[in-house]
Design a protein. Sequence first.
Length: 114
Amino acid sequence: MAGKAGNRVYVNVTTLGIGSSFTTATAVAGFRTLASAFNDGDIVEYAMTEGANFEDGWGVVGAAGTTITRNVFDSSNAGAAINLTGNATAIITLTAQGAQSLFALIAQRLGGGI
């Protein structure tokens, strides 16, 4: 498994509830599907919203590029998975947590801080 980034991946989410993964459907108009950019086993970071609810996290792509496991960094539900009703969208992005990890790795390799 490898962490990956992909440009313009923004999808509709059809999952209901707070399960351990979510299923993606079609791409939002003008964007790409998850399966067009990632393979099963790829690790991605995502930002998901549904109404006023949000969830930021990372997960592993599966089911022929149609699902992502949910490992939540932050959410409007006190840091837990949000309760999905089938109307969410998710964009693949670099989260603040991912960026901080990247900066720490760069600082370590440079032998100092940023």
